[in-house]
Design a protein around this ligand. Sequence first.
Ligand SMILES: CC(C)(COP(=O)(O)OP(=O)(O)OC[C@H]1O[C@@H](n2cnc3c(N)ncnc32)[C@H](O)[C@@H]1OP(=O)(O)O)[C@@H](O)C(=O)NCCC(=O)NCCS
Length: 249
Amino acid sequence: MAVDLEKILRPVDTIVPPFEPKYMQLASGDFMVVRQASREEIPEILQYVEPLIHVERDFYDIVAVRVYAELLAYYRYRVQDEYVLVAQIDGELAAIVNGRFVNKEVGMSYHTLALRRGLRVGAHAFAAKMEYHMDIVGQKEVLIVAESPIGFRRWMIEYKLEKRFEIPHELGGCPSWSLTKDLFNNARETLIVGRRPVPKDMLEKAYAGILKPSDPPKPPPDLMAATRALNDPTGTANMQQRWQNKRRG
Ligand SMILES: CC(C)(COP(=O)(O)OP(=O)(O)OC[C@H]1O[C@@H](n2cnc3c(N)ncnc32)[C@H](O)[C@@H]1OP(=O)(O)O)[C@@H](O)C(=O)NCCC(=O)NCCS
């Protein structure tokens, strides 16, 4: 009985071509590999997403908590047609991007999460996921939303996305924006960077394991100071400080 019910609960994914790994050189001189993560690797990734749930700065908290849920849903077969790509520098996790294929023509971009700042790793990982939808799977448009001002600058402004406000996005029902095939082609020479095939040693290192990010975003050490400085209307930092004090006590 339990087994039969699981058959109903578990969606059957549509077969799509896999993302072919690519690599690019960052402004720091480091090389970054972007590749597809398997379902079995999700628990490895989740342990690096969880701490970001407590980072309010730049909306890491809301994005991380949603990414956690999306990755868990993928791992436990509770979402249809999702994929996850990871960006790695020397094996270290640098960014996570994910999304979903709604139907043959339309893609739904979920999230982009950068675990190393200041190198456009998030921008490059996002470009790779757009490439997956457009060039590899052959879709006509991808629906996108932004949860942070940096995200808005990176996607809506840099790609000049079109409004599709009549379509509620799967992320909280917010009005959608669209990357069309034409907009993607316009960005090809500037925003979509990287090369294939990935050199063997680089690829082997990436597949050998997803290593802990060495410098991920962290919450401020003094949360009360952050509250005072930002005049935080939600009071979340205040609450977290009280919990921290209680735990210390
Ligand atoms: C949006 C995001 C993916 C962009 O990643 P990215 O392209 O690698 O860019 P960064 O976040 O490192 O840098 C963005 C800006 O932050 C600033 N920045 C750089 N280093 C920084 C640091 N160490 N700390 C804070 N800000 C920094 C820079 O001014 C940069 O400005 P620029 O746009 O002029 O380059 C990333 O900011 C992120 O994960 N944010 C939290 C989750 C989120 O909002 N995701 C998108 C959902 S729509």
